[in-house]
Design a protein around this ligand. Structure first.
Ligand code: CP
Ligand code: NVA
Length: 304
């Protein structure tokens, strides 16, 4: 049974397949075609954290392909009301695939071990693969071939950063991240990034200017991810020099600004940048729909 838990589990060819299916379905949709590829197919969506994009894109995507999505949040009390192995086996009796947004990545891994339907990670503390798929789809729409191009990350070494590091490595992009020393990836994560794509050009610096120079995309995310609210005051102080603002963007006038959203204007990014001419945030959010339809169809095709 194939799942989409992290992009390091997919080969380069498999990632390209997902993106190609998503692109084709996007083109169909633009022409008014919403082919019911999987009639009455049902996705269960478990949310342990808030969401706008992930929920709406999966639910819409399932409807487009002729299926349906069920939103399961607080009342199922994922991981607490009953053992994850029971949850996974019961849902597998009823739905065709499951998407989970969970606090702890290990819980999604455990769920997938017991599930007999494909499981998609809709964000955990560890990574956010669906976001990175949409991000690369967006960048390719904007600049064409991404091979050999430099992708920059400025800010926290978090879940979104890790999925981008994995996908950039697999797709032959250089990944350069500027992160304060205390918040950089651990040695274990650095080893995973290396193992994911041993030839990949990956660099870490504490200097945002160095990270963004010669880049095609400058990406940032909130300094305080969901679940880190207790660290808010310290993080806002520690990341103050890592704001993406007009001064920083002067070092890469050719680059697009990207953000997974939701954003905190005035913290990780200034209003003039996120709402300015270099910003790609709205088509980027829109591509969550198309990239995830690619992922869903890619997983379902392997079953039928
Ligand atoms: N980027 C993203 O995953 O957005 P949501 O948290 O709104 O789903
Ligand atoms: N890093 C953020 C991403 C939200 C889409 C979080 O985990 O809260």
């Amino acid at each position: 049974m194939r799942h989409l838990l992290t992009l390091k589990d997919l080969t380069t060819a498999e990632i390209e397949d997902v993106l190609a299916i998503g692109k084709a379905l996007k083109e169909d949709l633009k022409r008014g075609i919403r082919a019911p590829l999987y009639p009455n197919c049902v996705m269960g969506m478990i949310f342990q954290k808030q969401s706008l994009r992930t929920r709406v894109s999966f639910e819409t995507g399932m409807t487009h392909i002729g299926g349906h999505a069920i939103y399961l949040a607080g009342d199922v009390d994922f991981g607490k009301r009953e053992p994850i192995r029971d949850f996974a086996r019961v849902m597998s009796e009823m739905v065709d695939l499951v998407m989970i947004r969970a606090k702890h990545h290990e819980d999604v891994v455990e769920f997938a071990e017991y599930a007999s339907v494909p499981v998609i990670n809709g964000l955990t503390d560890y990574c956010h693969p669906c976001q990175a798929l949409a991000d690369i789809m967006t960048l390719r729409e904007l600049i064409g071939d991404t091979t050999g191009k430099k992708f920059s990350w400025v800010g926290d070494a978090n879940n979104v950063a890790l999925s981008l590091a994995f996908i950039c490595g697999k797709l032959g992009m250089k990944f350069s991240m500027a992160t304060p020393k205390e918040y950089q990836f651990s040695d274990d994560i650095l080893q995973q990034i290396h193992d994911n794509a041993p030839e990949a050009d990956f660099e870490v610096t504490e200097d945002p200017v160095e990270a963004v120079t010669d880049s095609v995309a400058v990406y940032t995310d909130v300094w305080v991810s969901m679940g880190q609210e207790d660290e808010k005051a310290k993080r806002e102080k520690d990341f103050a020099a890592y704001q993406v603002n007009a001064e920083l963007m002067k070092h890469c006038p050719q680059a697009y600004f990207m953000h997974c959203l939701p954003a905190r204007r005035g913290f990780e990014v200034t209003e003039d940048v996120i709402d300015g001419p270099q910003s790609a945030i709205i088509p980027e959010a829109g591509n969550r729909l198309h990239a995830q339809k690619g992922a869903v169809v890619w997983l379902l095709r392997q079953l039928h």
